[in-house]
Design a protein around this ligand. Sequence first.
Ligand code: AMP
Length: 249
Amino acid sequence: MKALVAVKRVVDYNVKVRVKADGSDVDIANVKMSMNPFDEIAVEEAVRLKEAGKVSEIVVVSLGVKQCEETLRTALAMGADRAVHVETDAELQPLAVAKLLKAVADKEQPSLAILGKQAIDDDANQTGQMLAALLGWGQGTFASKVELNAETATVTREVDGGLETVKLALPAVITSDLRLNEPRYVKLPNIMAAKKKPLDKLTPADLGVDIAPRLKTLKVAEPAKRSAGIKVANAAELVAKLKNEAKVL
Ligand code: AMP
């Protein structure tokens, strides 16, 4: 069984992003970039499924600039077998990403596509759902547990009210939530070995996909600064402040 895992190169989660002076975007020049944390979890899950003998091949795919190769090499070092890089300098919005991933899935014919539940840069939380719709596959989003059988995947989902379990016919799309697993640290010998693993290059044009953005960013701004909080002595004072100062009651 083949698993396709999507990995996005994003600003590292430790970096405090700044807005460009002209308010057109966030500034990512000279900023540390890493694999999207939810995608690390997606790769880890695929590797564990392979170690358990449920998955036979893991293909990782990343879409974007040349440096996505580094992200793919990390995924290969974690245990993926092969990588596909769809290279473009163009801005990619979730619909374009989903269309490109569908084109890759059409070529690769995986039984399972695993994505992160969301990318920590755009926080869109859309791509997995759009991909499932475009492919006509079932979807198990926000997965905190995955059990794979020959023809089905049983996915425990983290939903607002608690946990929900869905049984999906394969092929299916799964998106990873935080509690699915803890990704492994990559060891040096694996990093060396990953350099020799195959990494294929494609372009959006090779896949015949129109990646034109459908949304236009009008302005990017810092969130308003929050003023410091205060301690109140008791509930009566809290209620009075909410009534008279915050005027929310
Ligand atoms: P989003 O819908 O943008 O929050 O992204 C959800 C998931 O889609 C990510 O966690 C990735 O698994 C996948 N994804 C989004 N953009 C890309 C990209 N450029 N390359 C590879 N995977 C991506």
